[in-house]
Every structure is written in C-alpha cells, then in structure tokens.
Design a protein around this ligand. Structure first.
Ligand code: ZN
Length: 200
C-alpha cells in the first residue's frame, strides 16, 4: 500500500513534466515539409477526421523551441503562398492538433500576418453580422456565416510567456472566430446560413 502511495504521485509528477510537449511525430510534421506545408482538406477522409479533432495548448518549453518558431514561419508561408492566398490558417489545417493560428491583421498598419499560440476567444460582443467566408480546407465552396463583430482574444506571447489579451473588431474579428473554431474541430460550414459552389 505504501509503495502504491509513493508510486502514484511519482507517475502523476512524471506525466506532468511531459504534458503538452511536442511529440516526435508532431516535430516530424513540422520539419519533414518544405516552407509551404500541405493543407488538409475535407475531401480526403483521413484529413476530414483530423480536422474534426480538438487541439491542445503548447507547453512553455515548446513555445521557446526551434520547432515552434519553424512552425510559426511555415504557417505564414503556407497561408500567404499564391497556391493558398488565405487570410488565416489554424494548426489542424497543417496536420497539428495544437492551439495555434496565423491571422492577417487587417486592423493594423501594413496588414501583417501574426501568429497566436494557445489562443482562445474570451468574449463575444457587438452585432452579429453575416459575411462571406471560405476555407483553405473546404475547396470549391463559400458560404454566408453569422459572426460577432467584436471579440476579446487571449494568447500566450512566445517571447515573454505571458498571457496577452486583445480586443479585435470587424473582419479581423471574423478571421479570429473562423480560425479558433478550427481548434475545436468546427468548420464554417457548420455555422453557415447558406453555402454555394465557388469554382473560381
Ligand atoms: Zn478555415
């Protein structure tokens, strides 16, 4: 009995040490590809199942790792590549069930792409407005999706490891809602009030 009492807390402590750490397989997904990563799409059965999964946070150690910096850079290269030309991308779309998104900040000067790890939407407010959306993972389709016009997002700054909060409005708020949905296995087609074929 006494041994069990000692062993169980040890197991819990050891599990705690590795919690959230990038696995070998995840590191291979990041480093095993070129600067433009393969984007998973719903017309592939395996991809489709993966896109429906829940994503988890990065550990502080991961946020300081070379693999994380490599991933952040590759996600921006992928979403901005002429073959994709998107305004946002989320971890599961490049094969990683991790809470990370890259968002084009249309509300900032120069409209830069920024990467947000361990991101969540803390609150939704303002009017609900329907607007057109598409998704790199749902080729050949577009839809009209109702979204809140203001959100407060939180994420972890990979340099300071502090949690940062930001109030975002308008189209950039829509992108944050679309991309964080991906981290919960939700696609815009689930929320759309209408969908149509887009064969451009
Ligand atoms: Zn999407």
């Amino acid at each position: 009995m006494r041994i069990i009492r000692i062993i169980i807390p040890m197991v819990i402590i050891l599990a705690g040490c590795t919690k959230g750490g990038l696995t070998k397989q995840e590191k291979a997904v990041i480093s095993g590809q070129g600067q433009v990563m393969r984007v998973l799409t719903v017309d592939n059965r395996e991809d489709s199942l993966f896109l429906r999964g829940e994503s988890i946070d990065f550990s502080d150690r991961d946020l300081k790792s070379r693999a994380f910096r490599e991933l952040a850079g590759k996600m921006v290269s992928t979403v901005t590549d002429p073959s994709q030309d998107g305004v946002g991308i989320a971890g599961p779309q490049v094969g990683l069930a991790r809470r990370i998104i890259a968002v084009q900040r249309f509300d900032k000067e120069g409209e830069p792409f920024e990467v947000y790890p361990n991101v969540r939407i803390e609150s939704f407010s303002g009017d609900i407005v329907s607007g057109q959306e598409g998704c790199l993972s749902v080729p050949g389709e577009r839809g009209s999706v109702p979204r809140y016009s203001v959100v407060v997002v939180s994420y972890k700054d990979p340099l300071t490891l502090r949690t940062v909060r930001d109030t975002v409005e308008g189209f950039t708020a829509v992108i944050f809602q679309h991309e964080t949905d991906h981290l919960d296995g939700i696609l815009y087609t689930d929320r759309a009030d209408s969908l149509w074929v887009d064969d451009r």
